[in-house]
Design a protein. Structure first.
Length: 254
């Protein structure tokens, strides 16, 4: 079949008449080639098509710089999808903290006080008050800086005569309660005999630790026992007399 060339095709070099054949020059886009890297292949009727040029390997460069080179955007995409393995030297594993590890940071025990003035009367309530607040301590554990927080959750009173009681608070004074003296309270105790008794209170705390990444509760409790407080209990006697002690110092009870 004969083909013809227009004058414009001949002038621009797109068509060369060769007898009955027309040779059209140009390149064909090779599928799969990235923009800017398509070597193309000549279109013709003679000889095998040459193999496409290989895609150059990714360039090790900054992502922003890579995007500035539009021809390299495919390699940028490939680099951003690479899995980044964490540096094993930067991974810090903190050992499990137990309640025994933080005992040395626990607050000192609370001293119990008996009302009124650590003195009581046989058969009447003596009110006991102990104070304990949330306590925070900074220190070092397993070679790491940390903060331990202790929160009081229980008070175990020992009144010194064999009687004990457990409460969730340290109690309040009669004045704070708006009550008269010798009014029974949650933490009061009535002694049955005169004498001197050593009363104390043990405060139980829960603990939490922070290594700078948030608070982690620790299983168990820490107990801090305060020093004993001497409580003097007296007997009260009443008698009917004709005169006051000022009037008759020898009257009963004077």
């Amino acid at each position: 079949m004969a083909f013809g060339c227009s004058q414009i095709d001949v002038l621009v070099g797109e068509c060369t008449p060769e007898g009955d054949e027309v040779v059209i020059g140009g390149t064909e886009v090779v599928p799969g080639s990235p923009p800017g890297h398509n070597p193309g292949r000549p279109i013709g009727n003679d000889g095998p098509n040459p193999a496409p040029a290989p895609i150059p390997p990714p360039i090790d460069q900054d992502f922003v710089d890579c995007l500035d080179d539009w021809d390299s955007y495919i390699r940028c995409f490939e680099r951003t999808n690479e899995d980044v393995e964490p540096d094993e030297e930067d991974v810090v594993e903190i050992p499990t903290v137990t309640i025994s590890d933080v005992v040395r940071f626990a607050p000192h025990g609370s001293l119990v006080a008996g009302e009124p003035d650590n003195v009581g009367v046989v058969g009447l309530p003596t009110n006991f008050v102990a104070s304990a607040d949330e306590h925070t301590v900074s220190g070092e554990l397993f070679g790491y800086p940390m903060v331990v927080r202790f929160t009081p959750v229980g008070f175990d009173f020992d009144y010194g005569d064999g009687a004990t009681t457990t409460t969730s608070t340290g109690g309040l004074s009669w004045d704070a309660l708006g009550a008269a003296q010798f009014t029974p309270t949650e933490t009061s105790h009535t002694y049955a005999a005169r004498g001197i008794y050593a009363a104390d209170v043990s405060v139980r705390y829960t603990a939490a630790v922070d290594f700078g990444i948030g608070w982690f509760p620790i299983t168990g409790e820490v107990t801090s026992t305060g020093a004993a407080q001497e409580i003097r209990i007296f007997e009260a006697h009443t008698a009917l007399v004709a005169h006051t002690c000022e009037q008759d110092p020898r009257s009963p009870g004077c």
